[in-house]
Design a protein around this ligand. Structure first.
Ligand SMILES: Cc1cc2nc3c(=O)[nH]c(=O)nc-3n(C[C@H](O)[C@H](O)[C@H](O)COP(=O)(O)O)c2cc1C
Length: 228
């Protein structure tokens, strides 16, 4: 499918047919998700493709028994684990850096990222440094808090969600992103850490006609697009 056709065809589907989603379709879309742009390439995302029938049922309940989750053929939970930055930074450095960029990469992943993502005890101090330096020159003011770190991870994971959904649409199946869920229950079902955050649950299947709630609607374009 051509790109704009895929964008037009993707709709949020609230009811799916009984048609199974081939494993290859899911895997191809998951691979596309992993190619999403992400902050500093730290890849702090996690994709939980739930196979267990019992867990799928429990998940649907945790998604407030939404029709989209209950009728889904597949359910994907996308979460973030901010602490993954340590493992991925090391991985990036261990791969050998592009010629001429060794020093930059060592400083970035060996010093700057640990300063920004680690040493949480220094959070107020970081805030102070950013805001004092910021008076003198343009300075990134974040991340200094755990919340900022989470926000960065969630932005990247959301882009991966979109890659996944478009890749599913391009293969003639459908999706619905959901944030109507009980995060604590989902974390319990998937045995996740306290510091993990659930970004979205994405249902996958083939749409039935009544699975699409009406014509697609967006408010006027000029409310959102500003040419300055
Ligand atoms: C972050 C996010 C959370 C959403 N949560 C839900 C949800 O819990 N249940 C649902 O039915 N739709 C959910 N949606 C789908 C939106 O309602 C839908 O994208 C919007 O109405 C536009 O419709 P479209 O996706 O068909 O273009 C969510 C979408 C996003 C991006």
């Amino acid at each position: 499918m051509e790109f704009f056709e895929v964008v037009e065809k993707r709709r949020s589907i609230r009811k799916y047919s009984d048609k199974k989603v081939p494993t290859e379709v899911m895997n191809k879309a998951l691979d596309a998700a992993l190619l999403a742009p992400n902050s500093s390439n730290l890849q702090t995302w996690q994709f939980h493709w739930v196979h267990s029938e019992q867990k799928k049922k429990n998940l649907a309940v945790a998604c407030l028994s939404q029709g989209s989750a209950e009728s889904a053929q597949e359910l994907l939970v996308v979460s973030v684990r901010p602490s993954l930055w340590k493992k991925t930074s090391q991985d990036i450095l261990s791969r050998g850096t592009p010629a001429g960029l060794e020093k930059l990469m060592q400083t970035y992943y060996g010093k700057l990222i640990p300063f920004l993502y680690g040493f949480q005890i220094l959070a107020p101090f970081k805030w102070l440094i950013f805001n004092i330096v910021g008076i003198l020159k343009p300075t990134p003011r974040k991340p200094w808090s755990l919340r900022d770190r989470e926000e960065i991870c969630i932005k990247s994971a959301a882009l991966a969600c979109q890659n996944f959904m478009l890749a599913i649409t391009a293969q003639d199946f459908d999706t619905c992103p959901m944030e109507g869920f009980d995060e604590s229950r989902i974390k319990k079902i998937l045995n996740l850490k306290f510091s993990d955050r659930i970004v979205m649950v994405i249902s996958v299947g083939e749409r039935v006609d009544r699975g699409v709630w009406g014509e697609r609607y967006r408010s006027p374009r000029d409310w959102f697009i500003h040419e300055i």
